[in-house]
Design a protein around this ligand. Structure first.
Ligand SMILES: Nc1ncnc2c1ncn2[C@@H]1O[C@H](COP(=O)(O)OP(=O)(O)O)[C@@H](O)[C@H]1O
Ligand SMILES: [Mg+2]
Length: 293
């Protein structure tokens, strides 16, 4: 018997209002995430990755909506039926999000240390020295040098990479059941990225967190994820075990994604022609079917 999924998403269509029309940005998105599973979500810029993440979180902007007819269940509960007050309780502890833009996720007028310890208070009622010690410990885990000084700073006093590590620490510290990370290591140096990927792997193994990891880096997918889902222009192109996808990508678009990854010794021209092939394959995919007579 397979375990009940942590997250069950079926036929989720997400639209944005442009002038007076609602235009679908993601169509019929489906996903089953088990506790302790790491799912990669890949696709080029504009393919709808962040839109999926925001919809799963209930964080869509006011001009975005989930269309009726879809399913979004978390631990057996219908998230689409939840009020913002209900969602706030889930956001406090069980569902955490690391957004693409780490700086914007931090409150500019509150010192870093207080922002992180407030998360622990809201999640688990942990305060005072215990909260401070847990924060310093987590800062070490995400490779932040001199954590005590970082805690005393305001967000604008940190580099982008440090802000990103603080945001990751804030998401991990409450031991969520579900973690959604939107390109969390973009802009980090490769050493810190490797540390974060190791940390995530350990966390998932120890605590059975379900992780959706958004990236356009196929190398990271290969290192971290068990399954992967490829999005193009708001539609799922392929969904597979990572090993299977790397051994034999079925879809022309997925093959195009692989071809556009630079290989040692390949010239810029060769890479450009591989990308052009991928682009023409995508155009073929998007061409409407011929009318039947
Ligand atoms: N707030 C918004 N209002 C209108 N359109 C949006 C908004 N956010 C994203 N989009 C559009 O939705 C599509 C998917 O965008 P996004 O989810 O950000 O892609 P990705 O994260 O894969 O780069 C794009 O065409 C983008 O222009
Ligand atoms: Mg995005």
């Amino acid at each position: 018997m397979t375990a009940a999924p942590l997250l069950h998403v079926d036929k989720l269509t997400i639209s944005y209002r442009i002038n007076r029309d609602w235009i679908p940005a993601v169509r019929e998105f489906c996903l089953q995430l088990q506790p302790g599973q790491i799912y990669g979500l890949v696709g080029e810029s504009g393919s709808g990755k962040s839109t999926v993440a925001l919809a799963l979180m209930h964080y869509l902007s006011s001009n975005g909506r989930v269309e009726s007819g879809g399913v979004l269940n978390f631990a057996g509960e219908d998230l689409l039926a939840k009020s913002n007050a209900d969602m706030r309780r889930l956001w406090a502890k069980r569902i955490k999000f690391v957004p693409q833009n780490a700086g914007a996720a931090l409150n500019p007028s509150i010192k870093i240390g207080r922002q992180v310890t407030e998360v622990l208070k809201a999640a688990d009622g942990i305060e005072g020295n215990a909260a401070y010690d847990a924060m310093i410990d987590m800062f070490h885990h995400v490779n932040l040098v001199d954590p005590e000084r970082v805690a005393e700073r305001y967000p604008h006093e940190l580099s982008g990479g440090m802000q990103q590590r603080v945001t990751i620490a804030m998401a991990l510290i409450s031991n969520p059941d579900l973690l959604i990370m939107d390109e969390p290591t973009t802009g980090l140096d490769v050493t810190t990225e490797a540390v974060i990927l190791d940390l995530l792997r350990d966390l998932i193994a120890d605590r059975h967190t379900g992780l959706i990891y958004i990236t356009h880096n196929l190398g990271v997918v290969a290192q971290l994820c068990e399954r992967v889902l490829v999005l193009y222009a708001g539609e799922i192109m392929e969904e597979a075990e990572v090993h299977d996808l790397f051994r034999q990508p079925h879809h022309p678009y997925t093959r195009g994604l692989f071809n556009s990854v630079p290989k040692p010794g390949q010239s810029k021209h060769q890479r450009q022609s591989a990308s052009a092939d991928a682009a023409s394959q995508r155009l073929c995919l998007r061409r409407p079917l011929p009318a039947r007579h």
